[in-house]
Design a protein around this ligand. Sequence first.
Ligand code: SAH
Length: 409
Amino acid sequence: MGIDELHRLSKAPRLRLRVTATAESILRAGHPWLFADSVREQNRAGQVGELAVIYDRKDRFLATGLFDPDSPIRVRVLHVGKPRVIDRDWWVERLDRALEGRQGLFNDQTNGFRWINGESDGWPGLVLDRYDRTLVLKLYTAAWLPRLEEITGLITTRLRPDRIVLRLSRNIQKLAQQQGGKADGQVLLGPPLDGPVTFLETGLLFEADVVRGQKTGFFLDQRENRRQVEALARGREVLNAFSFSGGFSLYAARGGARSVTDLDLSAHALESAKRNVALNAANASVASCRHEFVQADAFEWFNQQAGCRFDLVILDPPSLAKREDERSGAIRAYGRLASSGIEHLTRGGILVACSCSAHVVAEEFFETVRRAAANSDRTFKELRTTRHALDHAATFKEAEYLKAIYLKV
Ligand code: SAH
C-alpha cells in the first residue's frame, strides 16, 4: 500500500497550505521549492513525504508537492497549475517524460548517464543515474522515503535494470535507517555488489564505486567537457588536477596526448584512475600515452613545482563553496588556482578551469579566471565557456552549479 492510500484510509483531511503572496508568484513562475517561512496557514501537522496541496490567496489550487516538516524546504513541488490527481498514471507519465528527454542523446558507446536530474526533471530531490545495467537511485530528501517501494517498482517496470542501488544524502541517512531500515549503498534490486561496476562513456570503459563513491560513483556531469578535452589533447603533455578516477585523462590519452598526469589528494581515487587506464589498454592511443600519478594537495603542489610546465592543464576542484558565506573565499581560491594553472602552462598551452560550486555563479567564475589570465604576463584567447550537459539540465537558479572556461595562451 502506498503512502497516499494510507492517508486516504486514515481519513485525515488533505494537507492544505496557504502561502505568502511572494511565494505564490515564485511557485507560479515554476520554482520548485516552498520554504517554511513562506507558509501562512496549514490545516494540520503533516508527515514527511505526504502530498501537500498549496492554495493561492483566492483559495484556488496552486500546486501539489512533497511535504517535509523537518526541512526548511517545506514542500518540493511536483505539479503547478490545474488540479491533477497524483496517482500511478501520473508517476508513470512523469518518469516517461524524463526518459524521453534523453532519447537520441546517447548511442551504445555511452551507457553511463543521468536518467533523472531532480527538480529539473520534475523529480525534486531525486537523481537516477545509469551505469550500464545498474541504476543508482540517489535521494536528497526524506520526502521520498515513504514512496521508495513505489518508485523502485516503477523504475523496474520501465527500465528493466539488473540492479538498483540506493544512495542517500548524509542528512537523511539516520531517518532512512530508523523508519525503513534502509542504508546508504544498499542494493534494492538484483545481485549484491562486491566491487565497482563498469560502464561505457563515449566508448571508454570506466569503473564506478556506486556503493561508496562520491555522488553516485562517478562524475557523469563532466562528460561533455571530457569530450572537449579529447579534441584538444593531441601531442600535448596534460595535467589533470583534481583528477578523481582519471576521467579527463583517459579522454586526453585517447585524443593523442603524449602524457597525462593525474593529481589528486586521494590515494583511493588514484588507484581507481590506474584501474581505468588498465581497462582501456586495448586502445592504442591510451596504451602509448605516458600515465603519471601524483598524490598531493593540488594547491601546495602547484607552489612546490614552480618549474614544471604542461601544454594542457585541467582544474576541476571539488565544490569550494558549500554555503553562501563561503562564496568570497571560494572566488579567491578559484583565482589562485587559475593563476597557478596559468603559471604551469607552456607557450600555446590551454587551461580548462571548472567550477561545481552552486554558490559561485557562472559569470562570476568566468570573470575570476579571466582576471587571473589578464594579471599574468601572457596573452590569452578565450576558446569557449560551457555549462550543464543535456542529461544534467538545470531549470532553476539553485540547480545550476557546473561551468567551465577554456583559455589558450
Ligand atoms: N575531474 C574529476 C572529478 C573531480 S572531483 C572527473 O572528471 O571525474 C574532485 C576531486 O578532487 C576528488 O577526487 C578529490 O579527492 C580531489 N581533491 C579534493 N581536494 C583536493 C586537493 N586539495 N588537492 C587535490 N585533490 C583534491
